[in-house]
Design a protein around this ligand. Structure first.
Ligand code: SAM
Length: 228
């Protein structure tokens, strides 16, 4: 499979994130003009309450998990890239950082009050299977929040295309792990739009699924509840 299809076997995705780990945070801040941390805060506020047991799946370098802990959650961060987890461990010694696969979560049914995923579900080999796993580990009444890049409609669309399809891959060429930034726009292109993604949440068993668009429509925040 090629990077242009935006779909890679999970070993390649893991290798790619291992390689970009050293520049991941800097690229995030640069690509979003620093707004990414605000989006993570909004996601956490929707679903996490003090004392909640929280899973942040596909936690990467840990920023969303850290936001959930700031909100008062007892947090587990899970990722399959050891290099990303190393960075996360350096940021927080109180979060439980676990190496594992989001498609086969090493947790019992109903273990968490809230589950978050930031910019991770787009990379899953099996999106529907991944959503079912998130649903499985939530207790009845527990809540999910998923942040993901989406392609804006309307006025911002040409600007987004220039930024995402031209400038981001170009920046990737001069940074370590450059292929990742070719893969990034392709993976967004093949990913379901917000309405379709909401429908997939509902098929995975979530109730009250809603989404809001952030960043001028370039990011979607989906939330839902595991029915009681
Ligand atoms: C774009 S990063 C997002 C990191 C972080 N959540 C954030 O908000 O910046 C995607 C992360 O998902 C992880 N990932 C992708 N597929 C995974 C899987 N099947 N199981 C566990 N982690 C996965 C990658 O290793 C990477 O760290």
């Amino acid at each position: 499979m090629t990077h242009e299809t935006g779909r890679l076997p999970s070993d390649e995705v893991r290798g790619m994130f291992d390689r970009i780990a050293p520049v991941y945070d800097v690229m995030n801040r640069a690509m979003t003009a620093g707004l990414d941390q605000r989006w993570r805060r909004l996601a956490v506020r929707e679903v996490v309450w003090p004392g909640d047991r929280v899973l942040d799946a596909c936690c990467g370098t840990g920023d969303l998990a850290i936001e959930a802990e700031r909100r008062g959650g007892k947090v587990v961060g899970l990722d399959f890239s050891e290099r990303m987890l190393e960075r996360a461990r350096n940021k927080s010694g109180t979060i439980d950082w676990v190496r594992g696969d989001a498609l086969a979560l090493p947790f019992s049914d109903g273990e968490f009050d809230a589950v978050t995923v930031g910019f991770g579900v787009r990379n899953l080999d099996d999106l529907e299977g991944g959503l079912r796993e998130l649903h499985r580990v939530l207790r009845p009444g527990g809540k999910v929040a998923v942040l993901e890049i989406t392609r804006p409609r309307g006025l911002l669309r040409p600007f987004f295309r220039l930024w995402f399809d031209v400038l981001v891959p170009f920046a990737g060429k001069v940074l370590p792990g450059g292929k990742a930034y070719t893969y990034l726009p392709a993976s967004v292109r093949r990913f379901p739009g917000p309405e379709d993604l909401a429908a997939l949440f509902a098929s995975a068993g979530f109730q009250g699924v809603r989404y809001r668009l952030l960043g001028g429509g370039s990011v979607a925040l989906h939330t839902g509840t595991r029915p009681k």
